[in-house]
Ligand binder design. Structure first.
Ligand code: EPU
Length: 418
């Protein structure tokens, strides 16, 4: 297992190009199952989660090739409808194959994803949504077994709460269902909207792109996808937050300003200077950080996937910050690790109270999930001394070569194999 060794404190200075969004490419990869032939997806980041999803698709009989950020998925020889436990337990997003398999093959067997490092993550809406489209859905021996032997039938479904994954999954099933479907209270995260737009380009008939109500007229078949993944707003936000935590100036190229607005607003509240130029975004922190009040919300609210990184900045702010995660009230495993770095954080009832400190100190810490790990790496760049961040495989799932990118900005970080 690899770990990062980080010597702090360092200021960060320089520029980076943002990669394609992990959470956008995964549903697109699943959507490739909806058609027969070769889908081509560009701007695909070479991440562990992407490689992993390729394994799932290959297990279903698809052929996948990722070269120079272009991913080809050939579904001509699809011959299975099962996503087994050993794969699904490693990546929850595997559940994305449920809708496409059910729609295309009339049957899907997908292992229940099970627990998660940051608390319960139910998949009931995915199942209820498939039922609303006429499928029989049962849980058998740890598997979701969904059947629609005569094909899916259009239906009406309301997501409550708003769910990125369930919106994508049920929509992918609905586009090939007979007749009309109405999906209400849909997620409008940019990653979801990218999927909706990609399906429309492939021949799906969907009205309401980018809104909370999607009206779908089922079609008999779709063309393979031909798309390019949107920039990763969370990767971008993480490197901007790095400038806030460590101090300095980080310029990013290739962002979507509209997608960055909720994160930019909080970075400004923290006291950072943010400037926008075309698809470039610069974050500069000169003076002290200011305390913030942050509440995570579905898009266009502040993303739960940036909560931990902002906490690393709040740990060094001049005052008391409050961070509430309304999406995942238990997503605070990073708080206890940050305390090991000298941060002053108390978590109660889904809210972290962070009393800012002047100085963080190095300590060995352990990564528990993707964003928590990234936040620990940021905190370590500001901490005095040598910090070891263990279990960095979590980070590799969603950040391409984070240590090389931070090193290019001046961080003193190396990867070591244990
Ligand atoms: N929920 C239900 N029932 C369901 C599904 C969700 O009650 O069937 C609840 C969840 O418990 C949560 C809320 O709905 O309280 C929202 O969860 P959502 O379904 O939107 O999350 P997800 O689709 O499982 C995606 C991202 C996560 C990100 C969340 C929230 C992917 C692959 N994952 O998860 O990303 O935190 O949306 O924005 O897109 C990450 O990248 O680090 C990550 C965890």
């Amino acid at each position: 297992m690899d770990r990062f060794v980080i010597q702090g404190p360092t200021r960060l200075e320089g520029q980076l190009a943002v990669g394609g969004a992990k959470n956008a490419v995964l549903p697109l990869m699943a959507a490739a199952l909806l058609s027969r032939g070769e889908s081509v997806i560009d701007n695909v980041p070479d991440l562990q989660d992407v490689r992993f999803f390729m394994t799932i698709l290959e297990g279903l009989g698809a052929r996948c090739q990722l070269e120079f950020n272009r991913l080809r998925i050939d579904t001509t020889d699809l011959d299975s409808h099962e996503a087994p436990y050993d794969l699904v337990r490693k990546m929850r997003a595997s559940i994305y194959v449920l809708g496409p398999l059910l729609a295309r093959r009339g049957e899907a067997r997908v292992s229940l994803p099970g627990g998660c490092a940051f608390g319960p993550r139910p998949v009931d809406l995915h199942q209820k949504g498939m039922r609303a489209l006429g499928a029989a859905v049962d849980e058998e021996h740890g598997y979701i077994v969904a059947r629609a032997p005569g094909g899916l039938q259009g239906g009406r479904f309301r997501f409550d709460p708003v769910s990125v994954g369930a919106t994508c999954n049920v929509l992918m099933a609905a586009v090939l269902a007979r007749g009309e479907s109405r999906l209400e209270n849909c997620a409008i995260e940019p990653e979801v909207t990218q999927l909706v737009a990609a399906l429309v380009r492939a021949g799906a008939r969907i009205e309401g792109v980018g809104t909370r109500t999607l009206q779908v007229q089922g079609v008999d078949s779709l063309k393979p996808l031909d798309d390019a993944v949107i920039p990763d707003r969370i990767e971008a936000g993480t490197y901007l937050a790095a400038a806030a935590v460590a101090g300095g100036r980080v310029h990013l190229e290739g962002v979507r300003q509209d997608h960055m607005a909720p994160v930019v607003a909080v970075l400004r509240d923290l006291g950072c200077d943010i400037s926008e130029q075309g698809d470039g975004l610069t974050c500069e922190r000169r003076g002290k950080l200011q305390p913030v009040r942050v509440e995570t919300q579905p898009y266009p609210g502040f993303p739960t996937d940036m909560q931990a990184q902002v906490m690393a900045a709040a740990a060094l702010a001049d005052g008391v910050s409050f961070i509430t995660d309304t999406i995942y009230p238990d997503r605070f495993t990073h708080a206890a690790e940050m305390v090991r770095l000298g941060a002053n954080i108390e978590v109660k009832n889904g809210t972290a109270t962070i009393i800012g400190t002047e100085r963080l100190q190095a300590a060995p810490v352990m990564a528990s999930d993707l964003r928590a790990s990234a936040a620990l790496v940021l905190a370590a760049t500001a901490a005095h001394g040598i910090t070891e961040v263990r279990r960095v495989y979590h980070i590799d799932r969603g950040y391409q070569s984070i240590e090389e990118r931070l090193a290019a900005l001046g961080a003193r970080i190396t990867r070591q194999s244990e």
